[in-house]
Design a protein around this ligand. Structure first.
Ligand SMILES: Cc1cc2nc3c(=O)[nH]c(=O)nc-3n(C[C@H](O)[C@H](O)[C@H](O)COP(=O)(O)OP(=O)(O)OC[C@H]3O[C@@H](n4cnc5c(N)ncnc54)[C@H](O)[C@@H]3O)c2cc1C
Length: 474
């Protein structure tokens, strides 16, 4: 994702308390403590937020994670002293769930503001400026003609004004109310193809790796609406992975524990991992949609609808560079370059860490390259070396000399990067949330059950935890 503002430890689990881990059989427990026990499946940001919230409220919580580390799509590698956020990178000071968590976990000191300066969008092979703080930039740079510029400016003002009336509690109803047409068709029809192709498309491809013809028109509308009060774009200096890690220190997490089955009856949930069964009062199923569909056969129609969610894909290449080399480059100090699909490029976006987060890379620089949909589909099964070999000449076009200065390149493949938000998704989420009742023991969380972002995922975890808190208090 590019920053443009407009936008384990297999612990032996003691058979005490009210969660039971047993070999090949479930253990029956007295009903009352069972009401205060929760098994969370998945240690991504949604599962960990739910677990932490429930733990603080006095619930007994265990998190079962299939992988060898926590965080899921929110994690950090440190390679040769270079901090690489390999999934989510950016936070916003307007993130309503994650910002209070960051504060509470003592991570405020690690927050660093991203230098927006202007971003660039490629049009007709030429990078054009778009600066959220300078309304004339897209006109002066030739990204938009005068008519489109005026139309878009008017639309932004109106949309931001309308957002002032939206209460957080009404958010999903508001989304559902806008959820009637794809972004490509609505913006093309109402504001013109120039705006659809060179503002809306690059924004959706850069933020979500999703094309305007597969996303609901509600999504850019929501982003533009909140861009008025959205504060600053932020990173965590130690890496974004420090957030899920801090949460995981507060709760019991079992790594390398893939769950194969989640079942519930009116009083309990039974969660199977290998030969072990965990029995608890409640479950938060916080794994991606495709995984949830495989392990939760009792899902009802509303859950199945959400679990059918697709995802965008991308390949992210982190290229660490030695210091020196030519200073002049196509990014020219901008925070990044978005390349719309219309420009038929293998690269969807490219950014230099030193321009976005000055000082985080101590020696040399780090280039962030995200591949466009077609290139991702072609290359996702290829070896790292082949991907790097094919892409570096293209990166050179924007950053001459990068190959000579390359220290190392890391390739991260995201087959399921960010949950799709097609027409109808807002309504599906609203219906799911409204259809829950006291008979439900399994609660879905994850970015596919909310707005697709780190904060949306956390909000869904918080929502699931609150549902359990309302019902599970003795
Ligand atoms: C390249 C990229 C860039 C992004 N950039 C940003 C950004 O800048 N800002 C932003 O806000 N968001 C960004 N996002 C989106 C954000 O990372 C995700 O929306 C969010 O992290 C999803 O969290 P989650 O908890 O829903 O799912 P996940 O992070 O996928 O967590 C699910 C967890 O469940 C585990 N699991 C799966 N199956 C099982 C099983 N059977 N048993 C047990 N555990 C299981 C997985 O191993 C995983 O740890 C980006 C995503 C990607 C991929």
């Amino acid at each position: 994702m590019i920053a443009l503002r407009i936008f384990s430890v297999a612990l032996p689990w003691a058979l005490t308390g009210s969660i039971c881990l047993a070999q090949t059989q479930a253990v029956a427990l007295p009903p009352e403590p069972m009401e205060k026990s929760v098994v969370v499946i998945g240690a991504g940001i949604s599962g960990l937020t739910a677990a932490y919230h429930l733990h603080k409220a006095g619930f007994k919580v265990i998190v079962l994670e299939a992988g060898g580390r926590v965080g899921g799509r929110m994690g950090t590698d440190v390679v040769d002293g270079v901090v690489i956020d390999y999934g989510a990178k950016y936070l916003s000071s307007a993130y309503a769930t994650l910002m209070p968590l960051i504060e509470e976990l003592g991570l405020r000191k690690d927050i660093k503001e991203v230098d927006h300066r202007q971003g660039l969008v490629l049009r007709d092979g030429k990078p054009r400026k778009i600066d959220p703080d300078s309304p004339f930039s897209s006109l002066l740079s030739g990204l938009l003609g005068p008519r489109s510029w005026l139309k878009f400016g008017w639309y932004v003002v109106q949309t931001r004004r309308s957002a002032r009336r939206i209460d957080a509690a009404d958010f999903y109803a508001w989304w559902a109310g806008l959820d009637d047409e794809t972004a490509a068709s609505w913006y093309g029809r109402r504001l013109g193809t120039e705006i659809a192709d060179f503002v809306i498309s690059p924004m959706l491809e850069g933020l979500f790796f999703q094309a305007a013809d597969e996303v609901s028109r509600a999504i850019p509308h929501i982003f533009i609406a909140f861009s008025g009060k959205a504060g600053k774009t932020l990173v965590l200096t130690q890496g974004i992975g420090s957030l899920p890690q801090a949460l995981a220190r507060m709760v019991e997490v079992r790594l390398n524990t893939p769950v194969q089955r989640v079942e519930s009856d009116p009083d309990h949930v039974r969660v199977t991992s290998g030969t072990e069964i965990v029995t608890a009062g409640w479950a938060v199923l916080a794994v991606p949609a495709s995984a949830a569909g495989k392990i939760y056969p009792q899902a009802d129609e509303f859950e199945r609808e959400l679990m059918a969610s697709g995802y965008s894909s991308t390949i992210y290449i982190a290229v660490a560079m030695d210091p020196g080399g030519p200073k002049k480059n196509a990014l020219a100090g901008a925070s990044g370059l978005l390349i719309p699909q219309k420009e038929q490029n293998d690269i969807a976006s490219i950014a230099l860490e030193s321009a976005v987060v000055p000082g985080r890379v101590l020696i040399g620089d780090l280039v962030h390259v995200y591949l466009a949909k077609n290139a991702t589909n072609q290359l996702i099964g290829s070896p790292d070396e082949e991907i790097v070999k094919r892409m570096m000449p293209q990166v050179e076009k924007y950053l001459p000399g990068v190959s000579q200065r390359m220290r190392f390149a890391r390739v991260y493949r995201w087959k399921e990067a960010i949950a799709l938000m097609p027409v109808g998704k807002g309504g599906d989420i609203l219906q799911y949330r409204q259809s829950r009742s006291s008979k439900h023991r399994v609660w879905l969380a994850g970015d596919y059950t909310a707005i697709s972002s780190g904060d949306g995922a956390a909000e869904s975890g918080m929502w699931a935890a609150n549902q359990i808190l309302q019902r599970g208090r003795p």
